[in-house]
Write a protein that binds this ligand. Structure first.
Ligand code: PGA
Length: 268
């Protein structure tokens, strides 16, 4: 667990938060390949995850029931969906709801990944609804935010991320926002091999925590894990995870290779 030693202590307690390595498989792996990959990751990391150091797998929907079964009973080792619909049920051909995800045994959901925002037009208001549906279904949302290259270069990165989190999350009461995690994923770093530097990433994480703190109080902000995503690899994970406000990673490409994913977990 990462402690808030560098911040003021609250009620004279040191607050701890979970450290997490999460794999976002995106649209990769057939059912057979996915079960084999999850089995390989389990073999490498079983007994090493804990309530404080979690491993999360985000495969395509069709893998969820099988992978949830494979991970059943392991401490701190879970799976979740890459998205959910913003309604509980209805005539929405091809869609999957949060209660359906929960019924597979999965207990997490990614909300607002930049690829969902870009290719499927998901906006802040819709993502607020998806976050609500996830929480109602007792899934733990990982809310993704991050600026594009153009937004960073024009000096608007902080403003954009602030808008994303406040528009989609700040309607939640304190007891609910505490239940989710946030992933900062600069769009220009996703799948490009060009990661943010540990210093730049931490600067944004500290900003997000500061905004959470202004709205919900420091005690609440200190309990929310903020993951970094965008070209995390075995070679750069250690530097990123060593930063005080970076509580782990959301890993795309490198999560499809069990050995790389294990090496990234080892860097926690
Ligand atoms: P990447 O993807 O690690 O391949 O850059 C990260 C993500 O999209 O979550």
């Amino acid at each position: 667990m990462k402690s808030a030693q560098n911040s003021e202590t609250i009620n004279e307690q040191v607050t701890m938060r979970k450290q997490i390595v999460a794999g976002n498989w995106k649209m990769h792996e057939t059912l057979e390949e996915g079960l084999a990959l999850a089995g390989e990751i389990r073999k490498r990391l079983e007994g090493r995850s804990s309530e404080e150091k979690e491993v999360l797998l985000f495969p395509p929907y069709i893998h969820l029931a099988g992978i949830a079964k494979l991970l059943d009973g392991l401490t701190g080792f879970h799976c979740g969906a890459q998205n959910c619909h913003h309604k509980i049920e209805g005539a929405y051909t091809g869609e999957i709801s949060a209660p359906m995800i929960a019924s597979t045994g999965a207990n997490h959901v990614l909300i607002g990944h930049s690829e969902r925002r870009k290719y499927f037009g998901e906006n802040d208001a819709l993502l607020a609804e998806k976050t609500d549906r996830g929480l109602e279904a007792k899934l733990t949302p990982i809310f993704c935010c991050g600026e594009t290259l153009e937004e960073r270069e024009s000096g608007r990165a902080f403003e954009i991320v602030d808008r994303q989190i406040s528009n989609s999350l700040f309607h939640l009461p304190k007891e609910k926002i505490k239940l989710l995690h946030i992933a900062y994923e600069p769009v220009w770093a996703i799948g490009t091999g060009k990661s943010a530097s540990p210093k730049d990433a931490n600067e944004m994480h500290a900003f997000i925590r500061q905004e959470l703190s202004k709205k919900y109080g420091r005690d609440c902000a200190e309990t929310i894990s903020i993951l970094y995503g965008g070209s995390v690899k075995p070679g750069n994970a250690g530097g990123l995870f060593a930063m005080p406000d970076i509580d782990g990673g959301l890993i795309g490409g490198a999560s499809l290779k069990a050995a790389d994913f294990e090496a990234i977990f080892n860097a926690l």
